[in-house]
Design a protein around this ligand. Structure first.
Ligand SMILES: [Zn+2]
Ligand SMILES: [Zn+2]
Length: 405
């Protein structure tokens, strides 16, 4: 049995030693924002960093160009832990979600575990998961069996206000709705046209009428991406992009079905035809985090001098493809507060905050707690046992899907 206190000390020391280069890594990703599936420089930087620190690295993991995977194995047998990194930015906004910090945390924690992996049974994989902001990198990776050899997965997301061991997220689909009509002169022959914009506007009105009959956690929101070409032409093609979300997949699918019925009804009402495209990779499941692993992270955070809070029932949440991972294996996605005052996510203020010395410092403490959590999974069999028992119970009651058999 390895001396766990000595292992922990060596693992944390590995992070402290690399503090400057880890901060530099995060700053470089922040300074060069790349959006979904375009994160070539970020993925290369992270893969290089892992390689330099002893990982066996596959670039373009599972055929996804901006994914990667670094592996480090200890003694044979034992759990296989994956520590995930996200590194995509938001169009126009840059790193307004702070994924430059997620990348640093995941990499730091993986490097810390690798430092001691030879002394434990099991293995650690650092997996780069691109395109979280709508492109569904983890959905694509899951579909490519990228997590089939993983027993437990973990990552950390930045937030502000209060650090959380975990919280729910919304199941979500992105939907493209297009209406087709017939162009005509809007003044001289409007009666000979079919107005595709009327279809789209009718859809917005129907959705607004439906809201009163939806559960409070349901969200339907959209924009018009093509509203026609000229005011004096009856539009023959219009398009809108929507997100349809709710706290659990089952209800979300019901809301999606009703949304599609609204889209079809709007076509009937306006004489247009409609095409609805539900994007597969952007079908995000809701998160259900592993309690035994989240408890360990919380305990380590407290030992490192940080406060961690319980999520409130009315927590405001978005969606993430980490939900899809949590539906098939025990995993955690805690939140590290990078400022004590609340700052809205996906904002310029959050982007500017995500590279401040205080944010980097807090993120590094979160990485240490994550490394210690991964070490717990590797060295204390009861953690994974309890995580699996909880997962199995949730699978039986339909809270999670489980792996397809
Ligand atoms: Zn985001
Ligand atoms: Zn994010």
């Amino acid at each position: 049995m390895p001396d766990i206190a000595a292992l922990r000390k060596r693992a944390l020391h590995a992070i402290d030693e690399r503090r400057d280069s880890l901060f530099e890594l995060s700053r470089a990703i922040h300074a060069n924002p790349e959006t979904a599936y375009e994160e070539r420089q970020a993925a290369a930087r992270l893969a290089d960093f892992l390689e330099k620190n002893g990982f066996k690295v596959q670039r373009g993991y599972r055929g996804i160009e901006t994914s990667y995977r670094g592996d480090a194995s200890g003694k044979s047998g034992g759990p296989r832990v994956a520590i995930l990194a996200e590194y995509d930015a938001l169009a126009e906004l840059g790193h307004g979600c702070g994924h430059n910090l997620i990348a640093m945390i995941g990499t730091a924690a993986a490097v810390a575990v690798r430092q001691v992996i030879a002394d434990v049974e099991g293995s650690v994989a650092a997996i780069g998961t691109p395109a979280e902001e709508g492109g569904g990198g983890k959905v694509a990776l899951l579909r490519a069996s990228a997590f089939d050899d993983v027993d437990a997965a973990m990552m950390i997301h930045p937030t502000t206000g209060r650090s959380l061991a975990g919280r729910h997220s919304l199941a979500s689909n992105r939907v493209l709705v297009e209406y087709f009509g017939k162009a005509a002169h809007a003044a001289s022959q409007p009666d000979q046209g079919i107005n595709a914009l009327d279809g789209l506007i009718q859809l917005f009105n129907s959705v607004n009428a439906m809201r009163q009959q939806l559960r409070p956690d349901a969200r339907i929101h959209g924009i018009i991406t093509n509203g026609g070409s000229a005011a004096n032409v009856i539009p023959d093609h219009t398009a809108g992009r929507f997100s349809v979300r709710a706290l659990d997949r089952r209800y979300q699918q019901d809301v999606l079905r009703r949304f599609i019925a609204c889209a079809e009804g709007a076509a009937t009402a306006t004489g247009t035809t409609v095409k609805v495209t539900v994007h597969e990779n952007a079908g995000y499941e809701n998160m259900v985090f592993s309690t035994p692993m989240a408890e360990r992270w919380t305990r380590h955070m407290k030992d490192l001098g940080m406060q961690v809070f319980e999520a409130r029932d009315d927590e405001r949440v978005g969606s993430t493809d980490m939900g899809n991972v949590m539906q098939v294996l025990p995993a955690i996605h805690p939140y590290i507060a990078i400022a004590s005052e609340p700052v809205p996510g996906h904002s310029i203020a959050f982007r500017d905050l995500a590279v401040t010395p205080g944010a980097l410092d807090n993120a590094l403490v979160a990485a240490k707690a994550l490394a210690l959590t991964a070490l717990d999974v590797l060295t204390d069999a009861s953690v994974l046992q309890r995580a699996r028992a909880e997962f199995e119970e949730r699978r039986k009651t339909g809270v999670v899907k489980g792996r397809a058999s």
